[in-house]
Design a protein around this ligand. Structure first.
Ligand code: KMH
Ligand code: ZN
Length: 275
């Protein structure tokens, strides 16, 4: 089986210090969390950024400062900015980090409820516009799919030439409004992507560990981090992103799956920077 790529979603846009005091906002906190994940085996940092007061922002300038600082601490790590941002942001705001020409970025492939009254809006035209921008800069999109229909949308857009193949997916499972985090649904998602695709699994909340373990066994890759879950186990807050990355790496090793280095991850995903 291919080596396992671990992604750390260190910050998110919705989770706050009220959920877990270790959620990073400042540049120093972001570097601390990225380094903890990298040292524990993460090859990719999925990046949202905040102002020092915790307000989510897609500011190109803020991304630039934080990406540089993370690169100093973790020189070969792959940084994957979010183009999802936070619910309610405009498309223009969300797209800003793409101008920094990162190796990868997320491409959200559909609209869904996002808990309470929130709706995460990604129309077909939005997805196409974001994909075209990423193609222009040779940025590998990670197709974020919160439900099976979003895989179908991504595949249709790939057939029309808007998303390059082989595609890479992130199955985000367990969001209140998306597909549930069960083995049945994970199998359904895995069986629905085109042959030759790669996929990562992000189990949100209490399904995280089961979904991560199943992904390891199925040959997929794994995302963990404060964006998806702030607990180590029921009622026990995580001390850092690295703590959960280390646990996933340990499970993988126990199950006979080696962890991909950053360079190996670049090759597996076919990034433009792969040597
Ligand atoms: N914050 C969510 C509304 C992404 O990073 O591309 C969207 C999100 C997806 O987190
Ligand atoms: Zn995100």
């Amino acid at each position: 089986m291919e080596k396992l790529i671990i992604t750390a979603a260190i910050c998110g846009a919705e989770v706050t210090k009220a959920h877990n005091p270790a959620v990073p906002y400042t540049v120093e906190e972001m570097v601390r969390e990225a380094k903890s994940a990298y040292d524990a085996g993460a090859a990719i940092i999925h990046l949202h950024v905040r102002g020092d007061d915790g307000t989510p922002t897609q500011s190109k300038a803020r991304f630039e400062v934080i990406m540089k600082a993370i690169k100093q601490a973790c020189p070969d790590v792959i940084i994957q900015p979010s183009t999802g941002g936070a619910v309610g942001m405009s498309n223009e705001e969300r797209l800003q980090p793409v101008e920094l020409k990162p190796e990868m970025a997320t491409l959200d492939c559909g609209t869904c409820n996002f808990g309470g009254d929130d709706i995460f809006v990604n129309t077909e035209n939005t997805i196409i516009a974001f994909a075209e921008k990423m193609n222009a800069y040779d940025i590998k999109p990670e197709c974020e799919v919160f439900d099976k229909g979003m895989i179908d949308m991504a595949v249709r857009l790939a057939k029309k030439g808007y998303i390059r193949q082989p595609m890479h997916f992130n199955f985000v499972m367990g969001v209140n409004g998306g597909i549930s985090g069960t083995l049945r649904d994970l199998l359904f998602m895995k069986e629905s992507v085109p042959e030759g695709s790669t996929f990562t699994v992000s189990g949100v909340g209490r399904c995280q560990l089961q979904m991560a373990t199943a992904a390891i066994l199925m040959g997929g890759h794994v995302r963990v981090g404060f964006e998806d879950n702030v607990y180590m186990s029921k009622g026990v807050p995580l001390k850092s992103n690295g703590e959960m990355v280390a646990r996933v790496a340990e499970i993988a090793r126990l199950l006979g799956r080696e962890i991909a280095s950053c360079e190996e991850a670049r090759k597996i995903l076919g990034l433009r920077t792969a040597k």
